[in-house]
Write a protein that binds this ligand. Structure first.
Ligand code: NCD
Ligand code: ZN
Ligand code: ZN
Length: 446
């Protein structure tokens, strides 16, 4: 394939030749070879495929919410060419057998994937680390979907095990002891969307996140463990990670953080519209905290944007606030929302490239991914910044059937390529062969 006249994130206009799954040339004035497919990209931007290091594809155990097939179709349509699946499936991915079972199911994926290993009192580190784990985590310091919350002592054991094997640890950091249960007292409206998730935001208070992030960073300080804080939702927690990084002398074990699109583009002010659909962990924060988190994204303190794609069905989310499961989908709208911010002038294209692709690749040890350079994997996304569309659940590909971003504008991909193969072209390629392969520093030499 030859992509001609595409604008890269840094403003250079280049032709890109793809051969044998990799980027063969990045140059100007390339001519098509006989039989080569030409993609005329003048006026369009070409980005490295996004690497979403935080998705819940629900298989095995909850195929009615999402499967590897439906989740990866949604990823491909959103320009995500690599996903990392979390361990709170059923069974949970806490031992070698569960890993193997998930790995076989992930064969159906259209995009590349990493599989994380979970930590509970029942985990079996020896068999788990015997497999090509992408990372440990998300390690739950409080219960969330799947009830995998653990005590701090076990977290410290897990840090030591992971450091000894050079595997990063991703952390769901909330401190249950600081949740405000009084916020859930009284009439929450029962079933139906009259109840909003605003009470959930009051309950799982911002302080509970900040305290747990600080505790996780303290536990990792002075060890060789590489800690990545998942879905930070407050500017205070982002700042704690920035400070820990500045204080750390081991560059390779420096702490990093991710922020989700829902914490960047939605706040408690949207709770009324979202009803119980707006319940997730950590919850939506105040508009002031949302905009402060967005500033840190713009200014470079947020390392990664990852979605915490957590699909639940409409029927499940429609229950009363205390019964509706926590979590919102998002893998398909990650690039579209960030690119809309580029269109608005709120973010630079290079910043979006870095948080969606280049940084996750370097933090998690994927040297062949996240960059448009000769020799890299041809994981590419073509977008037209002049063609935003309204986000509508009906046009998305997740099996869950809804989106918290309904009605917002997004710049959706025209073409998504994984290692040189087209996995999405405006409309889904139904019946396409599964193509994803496992990634991660531990897959090498398998
Ligand atoms: N974020 C959520 O509210 N839910 C996630 C689990 C998690 O990431 O905590 C899920 O798996 O549903
Ligand atoms: Zn989580
Ligand atoms: Zn999660």
């Amino acid at each position: 394939m030859l992509i001609t006249g595409a604008e890269l994130a840094d403003g250079r206009v280049r032709d890109i030749r793809i051969r044998d799954g990799t980027i063969k040339r990045v140059a100007t004035g390339l001519d098509a070879a006989a039989g080569e497919r030409i993609v005329e990209a003048r006026g369009r931007h070409l980005l490295p495929g996004a690497i979403d290091v935080h998705v819940h594809f629900r298989e095995p155990g909850a195929n009615h919410k999402e499967t590897w097939r439906s989740g990866s179709e949604s990823a491909a349509a959103g320009g995500v060419t690599c996903v990392v699946d979390q361990p709170n499936t059923s069974p949970p991915t806490i031992d070698g057998n569960a890993f193997d079972e998930k790995r076989a199911l992930a064969d159906a994926s259209l995009v590349d994937y990493g599989i994380n290993g979970g930590v509970t009192a029942e985990w079996d580190p020896d068999s788990l680390f015997d497999r090509p784990l992408f990372a440990l985590g998300e390690v739950f310091l409080a219960d969330s979907t799947g009830d995998m919350g653990i005590a701090v002592g076990l977290f410290e054991d897990a840090l030591a095990e992971a450091a000894a094997r050079d595997v990063p640890v991703t952390v769901h950091a909330e401190d249950e002891a600081l949740f405000d249960s009084a916020a859930l007292d009284g009439d929450l409206g029962g079933a139906g969307t009259a109840a909003t998730a605003d009470a959930w935001s009051a309950y799982r208070a911002a302080d509970a996140e900040v305290a747990a992030v600080e505790r996780a960073l303290d536990a990792a300080a002075g060890t060789d463990a590489q800690v990545h804080i998942a879905h930070t939702s407050t500017p205070e927690a982002i700042d704690a990670v920035t400070e820990a990084r500045a204080a750390s002398d081991a560059a390779d074990a420096a702490a990093t953080c991710e922020v989700t699109p829902h914490h960047l583009f939605l706040s408690r002010e949207n709770a009324g519209r979202l009803g119980t659909f707006g319940r997730m962990n950590p919850p939506l924060r105040s508009e002031a905290r949302r905009s402060a988190a967005f500033e840190r994204l713009r200014d470079g303190d947020v390392d990664v944007v990852a979605t915490d794609h957590a699909p639940h069905t409409v029927a499940e989310k429609r229950q009363g606030l205390t019964d509706a499961p926590s979590g919102v989908p998002g893998v398909e709208t990650l690039y579209p929302l960030l690119l809309e911010s580029v269109r608005n002038g709120e973010l630079s294209m290079e910043r979006v490239r870095d948080v969606a692709a280049a940084n996750p690749a370097s933090i998690f040890g994927l040297p062949a991914k996240g960059r448009i350079v000769e020799g890299a994997d041809a994981d590419l996304v073509l977008v037209d910044l002049t063609d935003p569309r309204e986000i509508e659940a009906g046009a998305l590909h997740s099996a869950c059937g809804w989106t918290p971003f309904e009605g917002l504008q997004g710049v959706f991909p025209e073409l998504t390529v994984v290692r040189g193969s087209v996995v999405y072209e405006r409309d889904p390629i139904t019946g396409a062969e599964s193509f994803g392969e496992p990634v991660g520093r531990n897959v090498r030499g398998e």
